[in-house]
Design a protein around this ligand. Structure first.
Ligand SMILES: Cc1ncc(COP(=O)(O)O)c(C=O)c1O
Length: 393
């Protein structure tokens, strides 16, 4: 059998099971309303554009100006001749935002996570990771030579048991998302900090869904709990609240960042973050600092959406983030429901296996600070209509 025939068989099996994903094509910028090539206008409830900055005129202009100033790129990796002054500027801004001494950018948070853990966790070390961590943290742990342990999701008793078991390791790490992307719940960070001190572990926190969202000023999950400055290592993305293009970072001590710039393989062997993206993200951080009311609006809108759905009979998972997941059953059903919602004017993706456990497929609503009251009312009405048609409520 040829490779293509063999792959085609797997694709056909997905098709038959109703689990095959479809790309939708957006003609124009990301915003609360987009123009979809397949179905026309749609209200977007599935982008990580939490602060509504992806199409903000200042964010666009900053990227354009950087393109004119720096050109397309350096055509080289950072340490050879690939560092622009904008890289230093964005890294200083990210360190400040994260309450750390320094930061280092990567082309994505995926690259940051997979460039971080293999660099600092070797064979004598242990990584203890939350069971529901993002795939990039899981892969980062897998790529490291360290021993790996997985604790039950947000279960502090299990975490402590694993910390006890791992005593004697040269370096010990607790690895967690800040906001869990599929559940929308938040890591129990204050208790994790206490445990990390008690058992001499360092915390690696991926705050991709927390940055720009959690805390009064959107500085992330640590700000939400009032424990800024107490997290050893924070990773994050520029591809969600902070402009939405792409890009990621690791923030931590000067020594950590210095070390990563010496040994982290994506730093050594892959080109730097494009200057246009760095400049757009810089502007997004400036807007976040200037307009904390965006964060307040995001949370108010999330509450309206959550309360409205509950009033119509849905049971979204609980949580304080801007993610509102509704469990609907199996993967094929979630995809079918998202297709029906799209026909009714709402763009939201159904997530199923292997992203989440089979039987727990869901529609994940992600809120945006620029959604209007009318758009939210329309979304709640449409959810009710489609939910009734499909017997979900
Ligand atoms: C928690 C978390 N970490 C990392 C990533 C990867 O981010 P990026 O798109 O910058 O690679 C994501 C993206 O979905 C995420 O949700």
């Amino acid at each position: 059998m040829t490779l293509d025939t063999s792959l085609q068989q797997e694709l056909s099996a997905m098709e038959k099971a109703g689990t095959r994903k479809t790309f939708r094509h957006i003609a124009g910028p990301m915003d609360t309303q987009v123009s979809m090539e397949e179905t026309g206008k749609a209200l977007v409830l599935s982008s990580n554009n939490y602060l509504g900055l992806a199409n903000h005129p200042e964010v666009i202009e900053a990227g354009r100006a950087a393109l004119l100033k720096y050109g397309a790129g350096t055509a080289s990796v950072r340490f050879i001749c690939g560092t622009f002054s904008i890289h230093d500027e964005i890294e200083a801004a990210l360190a400040k935002l994260s309450h750390t001494e320094a930061a280092l950018t990567y082309v994505s948070c995926w690259t940051a996570n997979t460039g971080l853990m293999p660099s600092i966790a070797g064979a004598e070390d242990v990584l203890i990771s939350d069971a529901l961590n993002h795939a990039s943290l899981i892969d980062g742990c897998r790529m490291a030579k360290a021993k790996r342990m997985v604790y039950k999701h947000s279960d502090l008793v299990d975490l402590e048991a694993k910390l006890k078991e791992a005593q004697g390791a040269r370096r010990l790490f607790i690895v967690t998302d800040g906001v869990f992307s599929m559940e929308g719940d938040i890591a129990k960070l204050p208790q994790i900090v206490t445990l990390s001190k008690q058992y001499s572990a360092s915390i690696i926190l991926d705050d991709s869904h927390g940055t720009g969202v959690m805390g009064t000023n959107g500085r992330g999950t640590a700000e939400h709990y009032g424990i800024e400055g107490q997290i050893d290592i924070i990773t994050g993305t520029l591809g969600k609240a902070l402009g939405g293009a792409a890009g990621g970072y690791v923030a931590g001590s000067k020594t950590l960042i210095d070390y990563l710039s010496q040994v982290s393989r994506p730093q050594l062997f892959s080109n730097a973050l494009p200057a246009t993206i760095a400049a757009s993200a810089m502007k997004a951080i400036e807007i976040l600092n200037r307009e904390p009311q965006r964060v307040a609006r995001l949370h108010a809108m999330t509450k309206t959406m959550r309360d409205g759905l509950i009033a119509r009979g849905f049971k979204p998972l609980k949580g304080d983030s801007a993610i509102v997941p509704i469990i609907v059953g199996d993967t094929a059903f979630a995809i079918r429901m998202s297709q029906k919602l799209l026909k009714a004017g709402i763009f939201i993706t159904g997530f199923g296996y292997p992203v989440v456990r089979e039987g727990e497929a869901r529609l994940r609503i992600q809120m945006c600070a620029s959604l209007t009251d009318e758009q939210i009312a329309f979304a709640i009405d449409t959810f009710e209509k489609v939910g009734k048609e499909l017997g979900v409520i």
